[in-house]
Design a protein around this ligand. Sequence first.
Ligand SMILES: [Zn+2]
Length: 327
Amino acid sequence: MTRFLVTTLATADVVGGVVSCYAMNTMQEAQARKTFLHMVEGWGVAESMQSLYAHDKLPHFLLLTGVRGIGKCRLISEIIQRMFCEADESAAPCKHCAACGMIERGAHPNVRLVRGETQTGKISVDQARKLREWAQRTSTGLRVAFVPQGDELTLEAANALLKLLEEPPKDFRMFLVAEHPRTLPETLVSRAVHFTCAVPSVKVVKRFVSLFLQEDRLLRELATARKIGMLWEAFHRPEIHAEWRYLEETISRIMDEARVPEHWSLLQSLPYNADTLLLYELTLSRHIREKTYTKQMTHNAVLLGALRSSPPTSLATAHALTTLLAL
Ligand SMILES: [Zn+2]
């Protein structure tokens, strides 16, 4: 089914300009098979990664930092797929061969994905040591480690990785993604070839969105904030989309009806993680844009911060809070 959507895209910062975009077509089969790399044409960091791969210059240890949700992990995943893809050389992986499939499912024997432990969310020294043993084990061929949440490395884990990187085994590569390089020990950062992942330009996002935007408020909000990495995940993984939708609706409801005391407990019951914060941020931005914020929301924002004993994690949240507090 083809239909035309007229979508207004605002730039990521709350008071920024608004760009009009005519997006057409819901997702079609062919588009579903497009790679992320195909869709972010013109995004500097993606082109740098592809060029490093094409010239066989991917470093032993690559660190990619930048704000959450813009597609850093998706970008690295596809670069790793390209490294193992069995199809003829091209700038992007084929997504169909056995290697591409195994990497997508996290099942490739030569690729190790290291995420925070379920209980703590942190990457422990044990995990780092196990990775080191795996990398040093004599084995033939390329081996790649991917740490998508570098911010969650404990100091001990970072030190264990440092030992591995001081004498990297032959044919071993490590990719580390984090939001802020300052959350990582300086010694680790100095070992890496460090790329800062800029927020994609409005032009890149317009093209990306025109390829597969649906009439879905959450997806539109993610596009508005140029969170194209999260947009990709939401689109390709219905279960994630459903979960985010639920959280977004809950947050939205709290924002709308915050005068009712029972809603405070709802606020407290939300899982506190980067997803919640981002969705909270998007909801807050929308209220500010649509001029439907209330004084009560100011208190909510402050309360949320106090509840979580945590400062705003992104510039956009900080900006939104400052705008509200100034009213
Ligand atoms: Zn492939």
